[in-house]
Ligand binder design. Structure first.
Ligand SMILES: [Zn+2]
Length: 580
């Protein structure tokens, strides 16, 4: 049974590392010379695989004059390097006169393209990208004849889809993940989050924390994030450096905050300065981000409304996060720390409606407590709900009536909320949770099907942020914010066989219900690659790790100090009570 094997078939630590093949140099139909039995044969590329299992031999070839029975997977050791260098040379030289194909910046071919704009998935399609925009979406067989990509990407086992739009996030809170789990919202804010923020948060904390979140987001396929946090200028800076698209909030809250400013007027003035400084950045847009009805007065809400009109930007606010927020506001129970600051007797949404703020510009985050009338107001006002299922479940805040909202015609987008209450910024997981939780809440398995969940996680977010004409789906003329999801991993098998969910295995249901964010291999924002074969190209991971370690140590020290103080205070109270 002795046999001669190719190096690619052998496994040993003593073997030199397999020279990696640049798969972007290969495409279906390309002619090659392949080494077999000691001779070089003319062959044609049948398939290119980026799957891990095929790393040693990622190219499937058909030998000229031979049948399919002789087809083989081959690797770097057997593909003629001469042919490769010729091919590489051709790419860098000006176009051959006989090559009449239109030059584009990048031609991305994939087993599937999921436009979201239209239903279902397109098999063996390509996307031509030029000047950051989608120039064309067409079958790969036509694309290779029509376009010559300066950069060529071939992902036969992947689906290309629009990047996720995380419609509610507090990116810098990444450093606070895991410090305050398993307690309710009010206690969570008052005993852990706010004391830490008052002590540590400033420009450096915000920039470093945002960078960690943006790295996590990009690796998980998020291309746009809607940010509400202190020191928003430092979020802008981190977003621009990372190349992620961001809507950044001019934040306001009623109380002074050491690391940022003295109160709402100061915060909003600083927000305006941010818009002046970063307004021309192509990937940045802005919102007015008011924290919540129980932390902003009607006066501040009015000022926020004026800024929304001045800059034509959305109003982003936490609303109806818990039942108590609604019932205590209706009763004007001012002893409650979640009663709204207004003197109006009614729910916070009724108050906003009274002030003329239930409009397409409203992004109401959470909305776990909603009456039928309130759903009607949201639909009539064409206002947006941002659903954050992980945060609502973990803080036991309540359940958003997503199925009813969608049925009423309300645009429902999805957000992760901060990593301090989620504890990740994983939009792939949030999308699945939104789909399955909606079924349980509606007691209807047909509520929020996979394609609707995918729209909520992409196009609905873009619509809420006023970016629907630029991003959120793959459509000619839109900006190329897109991701590749590898469908060849075991948890996603059998591989999709049809682009229609009623016909057979379908990439959309595979992505929504079976995939995790680790299957995201490549990410583009405005045509620029941020992640290539799971390698981050715009963020220094070693730096992110060092920052996380440093801030983690400072938070640990501070938590110990807070605990010591609480114990001392409790002991003092005991003493006073016993009169000793
Ligand atoms: Zn939030």
């Amino acid at each position: 049974d002795d046999a001669w094997l190719s190096v690619g078939d052998l496994r040993s630590k003593k073997l030199p590392k397999e020279p990696a093949l640049d798969l972007t140099l290969f495409e279906k139909g390309m002619a090659l010379r392949v080494l077999a039995d000691g001779k070089r044969y003319q062959a044609e590329v049948l398939e290119v695989s980026a799957a891990r299992a095929r790393r040693a031999a990622p190219i499937k070839v058909r030998y000229a004059g031979y049948t399919a029975a002789s087809d083989e997977w081959v690797g770097a050791d057997r593909v003629s390097t001469k042919a490769l260098s010729k091919k590489t040379g051709a790419e860098s030289k000006p176009a051959n006169k006989s090559d009449e194909r239109q030059a584009v910046d990048e031609l991305v071919s994939a087993g599937w393209v999921i436009p979201v704009e239209t239903e279902g998935a397109l098999q063996d399609h390509s996307i031509a990208v030029k000047d950051g925009k989608i120039l064309d979406i067409l079958p790969t067989s036509e694309a290779v004849k029509k376009y010559r990509g300066k950069s060529r990407t071939n992902l036969p086992n992947a689906a290309i889809m629009p990047g996720f739009v995380n419609t509610h996030s507090h990116a810098p809170m990444s450093f606070m993940r895991g410090i305050s789990d398993d307690i309710p919202l009010s206690k969570w804010l008052h005993t852990a989050i706010w004391p830490i923020e008052q002590t540590l948060v400033g420009p450096e904390f915000v920039g470093d924390g945002a960078r960690l979140a943006f790295a996590e987001m990009i690796m998980g396929g998020t291309t746009t994030t809607n940010e509400m946090y202190w020191c928003p200028e430092d979020i802008c800076k981190a977003a621009v450096e990372a190349g992620i698209r961001a809507a950044v909030g001019m934040i306001a809250i009623e109380f002074p905050f050491g690391g940022y400013g003295t109160g709402p007027d100061d915060y909003l003035a600083k927000g305006e300065k941010m818009v002046e400084k970063y307004g021309k950045e192509p990937l940045l847009t802005f919102t007015v981000s008011l924290h919540a009805p129980y932390t902003v007065s009607d006066d501040t809400i009015q000022k926020g409304k004026a800024l929304c009109e001045k800059y034509d930007v959305p109003l982003h606010i936490h609303m109806h996060e818990t039942k108590e927020e609604c019932s205590d506001s209706e009763k004007l129970n001012k002893d409650s720390n979640v009663c709204h600051m207004s003197t109006f007797e009614g729910t916070p949404l009724a108050n906003l409606r009274r002030m003329g703020l239930v409009t397409p510009k409203l992004l109401a985050v959470h909305m776990t407590c909603l009456t039928d009338d309130e759903i009607k107001w949201m639909a009539e006002g064409k206002a947006n709900v941002v659903h954050c299922p992980s945060s609502n479940l973990k803080l036991a805040s309540g359940f958003c009536r997503v199925g009813d909202l969608l049925e009423a015609g309300v645009n429902v987008a999805i957000g992760t909320d901060g990593a301090s209450s989620n504890n990740t910024v994983d939009m792939m997981a949030e999308m699945k949770l939104a789909a399955i939780l909606a079924k349980a809440v509606a007691k209807n398995a047909e509520a929020v099907p996979a394609d609707v969940a995918l729209r909520m996680a992409t196009l609905h977010g873009a619509r809420a942020l006023g970016l629907e004409d630029r991003i959120g789906s793959l459509k000619v003329g839109k900006e190329a914010d897109m991701i590749a999801v590898d469908l060849s991993g075991l948890p996603l098998l059998p591989a999709p066989t049809s682009g229609r969910r009623d016909a057979s295995f379908d990439p959309v249901t595979h992505i929504v219900y079976s995939s995790t964010r680790d299957q995201v291999t490549d990410v583009w924002v405005r045509g620029r690659r941020l992640l290539r074969s799971r390698k981050l190209l715009t963020i220094n991971i070693a730096q992110v790790r060092r920052d996380a370690k440093r801030w983690g140590e400072r938070i640990t020290e501070l938590l110990a100090e807070l605990k010591r103080k609480a114990t001392e205070e409790a002991a003092g109270a005991d003493k006073a009570a016993t009169g000793s």
